[in-house]
Design a protein around this ligand. Structure first.
Ligand code: SF4
Length: 93
């Protein structure tokens, strides 16, 4: 199943864990906040299959649940929407 990801920068604390777990997916912007390099944190491009394990590791390791993961593109699902928070989606992984 396809996975999409983006970082809710409002709650990222720049801990560095996601880049350690998924260096092909996550990097840091000029403010040291994490973002997805896949599509500049838009969350509309599927994560390549070979990176899904890394994505899940990063998702589960994020201390603030800033990493959002969904089976659907985030284009019409703002991160601010509570239903799209990482916590609610955890059971779907
Ligand atoms: S693991 Fe979470 S809090 Fe840490 S840098 Fe990545 S997105 Fe930010």
């Amino acid at each position: 199943m396809k996975k999409f990801t983006k970082v809710n920068k409002d709650i990222c604390i720049s801990c560095g864990a996601c880049e350690m777990a998924a260096p092909d997916i996550f990097n840091y912007d000029e403010d040291d906040l994490a973002y997805s390099m896949i599509d500049d944190n838009k969350g509309i491009t599927p994560v390549p299959e070979e990176w899904i394990d890394d994505l899940i590791e990063a998702y589960e390791g994020c201390p603030t649940e800033a990493i959002c993961v969904s089976d659907q593109p985030f284009e019409n699902a703002p991160v601010e929407n509570e239903e799209q928070s990482g916590k609610d989606l955890k059971s779907k992984l």
